[in-house]
Design a protein around this ligand. Sequence first.
Ligand code: MTE
Ligand code: MO
Length: 314
Amino acid sequence: MQILKPSDIPPSEITPRALFEDRRRFLGAAGATLAAGAALWAGLLPDARAAAAKLGPLARSPLSTDDTQTGYKSVTTYNNFYEFGTNKEDPAANAGSLVVRPWTVRVEGLAGKPRTFDIDDLLKLAPLEERIYRLRCVEGWSMVIPWAGFPLSALLRQVEPQGSAKYVEFVTQYDPKIMMRRPVLDWPYTEGLRLDEALHPLTLLTLGLYGEVLPNQNGAPVRIVVPWKYGFKSAKSIVAIRLVEKEPRTAWNKAAPNEYGFYSNVNPTVDHPRWSQATERRLGEFRKRPTLMFNGYAEQVASLYQGMDLRRFF
Ligand SMILES: Nc1nc2c(c(=O)[nH]1)N[C@H]1C(S)=C(S)[C@@H](COP(=O)(O)O)O[C@H]1N2
Ligand SMILES: [Mo]
């Protein structure tokens, strides 16, 4: 292989780390490894963390947990974002190619005032809070993450949901040029909540973590976080929010309906068909912990499910 010095490469060929890692993945190893080596050599790699825009000031929400926070490195390198690959380290390596500005979110469907929000307007729509939430993945691990955002209800109120709206559907970005083309899931990744779940004060329209805008691998520029449900309900990189009358289909329910129900409340007494959900491994800890009903948020959300058979509506 021919070796070039950095001075042989025009500046226009020097790209951010995430971009050339994406190229390495999608276009083949040789050329991109060369570009990566050259950029490293030239000291031109931006520090991903230093480059992220600060948000704030953020008021710490009383809805935050006191649990020890999972380190920034784990939160941003151990991810599920299947559009960018199915290994935990894939999203951090590949999601840099996602262009997050300009970005709009359509809030549509059964609304008196449907509207398309620009991401920069969303950032100013309501006071941003820091919310430290547990996130429990259906796979059996969990993290504690200081998110930044505001209640989804503040956004939904703006468009005036109609009386016939009973559910909310989240539609996420799908760009086959930079995202996985294999039909691992039925792209775009979609999710949904009942309207009362969507309006619950814990449901967070999330724009950042650790006091900065969301890293791409965590669902930039805007995602949802629903802390009492398994992590997959918290859809990343949202482009549309639809108020609908009927329970929407969801990507995971379509893929494996007997494994992933619409509700997906964290529930240690309802096993996944292939494994127990009774315990979890908190990242950074060795011994497993018991999983808590509704992920520890039972006091706030149990009333939403009063009278429901949570084995049937799993
Ligand atoms: N668009 C999209 N959103 C997604 C996923 C995904 O694959 N694509 N994975 C989900 C799953 S399984 C989990 S556990 C959380 C992980 O969020 P984090 O990587 O920010 O911790 O994102 C959820 N949101
Ligand atoms: Mo997950």
